[in-house]
Design a protein around this ligand. Structure first.
Ligand SMILES: NC(=O)c1ccc[n+]([C@@H]2O[C@H](COP(=O)([O-])OP(=O)(O)OC[C@H]3O[C@@H](n4cnc5c(N)ncnc54)[C@H](O)[C@@H]3O)[C@@H](O)[C@H]2O)c1
Length: 257
């Protein structure tokens, strides 16, 4: 297994559910939790990438091979069914990583009500319904950790994708509300805010030479934020190492915001 920077013994054997765990940051999350000995189930629509990831990780002979569930999280009934399947396979889920999103750019003048609803159906609605379905499992298990993925984009006043930035700005509202409602039951809820992370998709679509200059000027730190840096923070938030952290935003952006 790849060497992690830190080992969190309490993550071994834990039932972990990840949305969008088949590629990008999600793939790093799947690999990192699996390397801790967690039982990972993830949903994704990218079937080929997800199956390739499972094959690659299985080749490393982990304690538990991740379970890929082909599911479009815009379909809440399908999302609930996938969560049921994950619980049946791995037991009560005690770490939920609400990671899946789609950052497709859009001009304000082109947005139709249908497109708007679709962006919300990907970038906002499933976070709530995944949490709603998994909270009873966490209650039964005596606690858990929910990590909702935000974004620095709206903090940096990035234009060209208002439906995405609105959804991402709303994440902390959901986090704080659920953190208040379930905190006394030892369920922690936090927002993980990635900076500009060098995933395959970002490198292919958006990271131009001009963008590289923007990153260098914006970040306090040299270098690039990689998916593994985000996974390191997710491991910390999932584990008991962050036992008294809830309702907060944890930013991994190289010191940009
Ligand atoms: N990469 C960045 O620079 C960056 C910056 C800020 C925030 N984020 C946030 O981090 C998280 C992960 O981002 P990423 O860059 O890895 O994204 P990505 O687009 O590379 O990967 C998202 C994953 O979710 C899956 N997915 C998309 N729509 C889905 C659907 N309807 N049903 C099921 N699965 C679906 C995709 O197939 C993919 O595997 C997102 O919440 C994103 O908003 C990323």
């Amino acid at each position: 297994m790849p060497q992690q920077n830190a080992i969190y013994p309490d993550l071994a054997g834990r039932s972990v559910f990840i949305t969008g765990g088949g590629s990008g940051i999600g793939a790093a999350l799947t690999a990192a939790f699996t390397a801790q000995g967690s039982k990972v189930a993830f949903v994704d629509i990218a079937r080929d990438a997800s199956e390739a990831l499972v094959r690659q990780i299985a080749g490393q002979k982990p304690r538990h091979v991740p379970l890929f569930l082909d599911c479009d999280i815009r379909d809440i009934a399908a999302l609930r069914a996938a969560i049921d399947q994950a619980r049946a396979a791995h037991g009560d889920i005690t770490v939920l990583l609400n990671n899946a999103a789609n950052d497709q750019r859009h001009r304000t003048e082109d947005v139709t009500p249908e497109f708007w609803d679709d962006r919300i159906a990907i970038n906002q609605r499933p976070m709530f319904f995944a949490a709603q379905a998994i909270l009873p499992q966490m209650q039964r298990a005596g606690g858990g950790s929910i990590v909702n993925f935000g974004s620095v984009s709206w903090k940096l006043r990035q234009g060209g994708m208002a439906a995405y930035t609105m959804a991402k700005a709303s994440v902390q509202g959901l986090t704080r509300s659920l953190a208040r409602d379930y905190g006394k039951q030892n369920i922690r809820v936090n927002t993980l805010v990635p900076g500009w992370v060098m995933t395959e998709r970002q490198l292919t679509h958006w990271v131009t030479p001009e963008a590289e200059k923007e990153i260098d000027a914006g970040q306090a730190l040299a270098g690039r934020v990689m998916p593994e840096h985000i996974a390191d923070m997710a491991l910390f938030l999932g584990s008991a190492a962050s036992a008294m952290c809830s309702a907060q935003e944890f930013v991994v952006d190289g010191g940009w915001t």
